[in-house]
Design a protein around this ligand. Sequence first.
Ligand code: PGA
Length: 252
Amino acid sequence: MKTLRPLIVGNWKMNGLKAQLVELEAIASLVISLQPNADILICPPATLIDRAVQIVAGRISIGGQNCHTDITGSFTGDISAQMLSDMGASSVIVGHSERRKDHGETDAMVATKAKAAWCEGLFVIVCIGETEKQRGEGIALAACGEQLSRSLPENVPAYATAIAYEPLWAIGSGHIPTNAQIMEMHAHIRDYLNQRFGVAGKMIRILYGGSVVADNAREILALPEVDGALIGGASLEAVEFDAIICAISKDL
Ligand code: PGA
């Protein structure tokens, strides 16, 4: 039994039209019948959040994949934490590596986005992760530690925060770190959180993300200090995502 209630997050990225909402009904139905000892959150594209919230009707949670640093203003094409909250989203992912890489998001911006989201009452998932080069050079722990320290502002509300460790080379690649590598990184993150936030640091869930599928979810979730998963490709279809929920439910 895990000390912290696990959090399983599906990140649909830029995938999903209205027709895909049937997948959410199937996921929400399974959660009601299985009653897993885990929180289930799906982050569809912003265009579907409103409808998604209506469909799941509180059976699972719905979140955003990103938010702006400001609450309102002249930021064409952006979406604010207030807008997410207004649509009924409970949570938001900030600092995903695709946002950092494709949109030049810095650690400082990620910290400001997290603050904006907490102000609007959202639960925040802050993503970090090393590149393949950093892993190869033996500086993965240091790189993630620095990224984490700069991406978290002061006064982090632990109850409304999770960290997602997503090695960039594992995202969408089918390559998974070894159990030892995951355990080493999660222990490193936990030590950092404990040192910086004391008792509150122990409440922050640390998720693993990168090529999680039904076949490996159970083993990964069973590792110490792995308090959940952030799942991309395998969250798009209910049949695969439900298989993950079933697989992990056996041990939780
Ligand atoms: P993946 O993506 O599960 O498809 O590897 C994970 C993520 O980017 O959050």
